[in-house]
Design a protein around this ligand. Sequence first.
Ligand SMILES: Cc1cc2nc3c(=O)[nH]c(=O)nc-3n(C[C@H](O)[C@H](O)[C@H](O)COP(=O)(O)OP(=O)(O)OC[C@H]3O[C@@H](n4cnc5c(N)ncnc54)[C@H](O)[C@@H]3O)c2cc1C
Length: 420
Amino acid sequence: MTAAQYYDVAILGGGLAGRLSAWLLVRAGARVALVERGSPDGTGSAAYVAAAMLAPLAESAIAERRIVDLGVASLTLWKRWVEELPDPVFFQQDGTLVVWHARDRGELAMFTSRMRAVAPPEMIAAQLRTLDGRGVAEVEPDLAGRFTQGLLLQGEGQIDNRGAMRALLSCAVAEGLHCLWEVGEVDEHMLPSLGIRANVVLDCRGLGARAAWPQVTTPVTTQAASTQGKTSGAMPGLRGLRGEVVRVHAPDVSLHRPVRLLHPRYPIYIAPKPNDMYVIGATELESEDESPMSVRSALELLSAAHSLHPAFGEARVLELNVQLRPTRPDHLPSIRVEQGARVVRVNGLYRHGWMISPAVTEAACEVVRALLNGDLAAHAVPAALRWPGMIEAVDESALDAHYEAVVPAASVIDGGDTIH
Ligand SMILES: Cc1cc2nc3c(=O)[nH]c(=O)nc-3n(C[C@H](O)[C@H](O)[C@H](O)COP(=O)(O)OP(=O)(O)OC[C@H]3O[C@@H](n4cnc5c(N)ncnc54)[C@H](O)[C@@H]3O)c2cc1C
């Protein structure tokens, strides 16, 4: 058995939420250990393959208002945090361009009506600009003559995901983060065997934490089920949604911001990355199959990109990536406090992790600091008030029961004890 090292916080999982939290907590002065099944490059995480678009208005066409609000708050945080990182990270807020081929103009009505139903009117008024063909050409000269209309969603952002993962880790390590890589699949109970004892465990394992999220009972909404007399059904508390993206090198294409193509069957986005790289994505399949990308998906993504700009025909395919998005039944993020308030789990970042993780991890770290300090009012309560319903305290003995949306009780804090 390895001699034990004592930490304030042990973080499980070094993907997006894990690295961000580690960086936030060491900067706040905590002694932190990060434990990851994979390698420091992060290739085993959803974060590594993501397009990392930060597009709350565009996503309002498919997401809930809570996601939009978290996305807006997170954009401000990303802007500030990227400036605070010693290593440069590509980040921009030059907006999202939305285009469609003339035959698909019916998609526009659907896209804008969903957006108007969810996003605040003042956000739409400030950010949404309608473009004619000339406007599209002014915004993206490479698309001149290809589209007669478009939408510019001003102020939306994107970040270089791999650069950000490297920079967060290297800064956190420089500030004292201790890392254990390639430890295999671990949970909080295995930490002592790795020589780690911590006052609080922060679980950021994404889909790797599946077993820790119990099934939930949801009302049945399908006609077929209700005619069979079913009123409720069990859903996994956390499931994976398969996503596929292609990473290409396309020096003959010059796009300056993420472009979304509205299409009835193949809606895609193309996110430019540094050095003439583009991420083309993404499929979303109700499946936990992690096998390589299907020919159908590759054809659909690449054909749609080629229809947007023929120069993608000469691009070089560098990677065909598949990952699972960690998703809760309500598609919303969740922070849960468990096991005598010594385990905090952050999960359910789904398809919006890069867009919302600053606000979500900031709230999780506030809860962790409340547990460490026993100072509930100063830390956990503001986070809980800012994002009502996102932070849940779970009575360990009633894990299967319906849990309440409450902030953790101060009485359960015992800074001296460690996880065994
Ligand atoms: C194809 C695709 C495209 C996406 N595009 C975008 C986008 O444009 N914008 C956006 O905002 N979001 C996007 N996302 C979503 C985003 O990537 C995820 O929401 C986010 O990465 C989830 O963060 P996480 O930290 O919870 O999980 P992850 O990033 O997956 O990190 C989890 C980490 O935990 C480790 N781990 C798991 N189990 C264990 C274990 N038992 N022991 C030790 N370590 C473990 C894993 O190896 C991994 O490093 C995309 C996702 C996919 C798949």
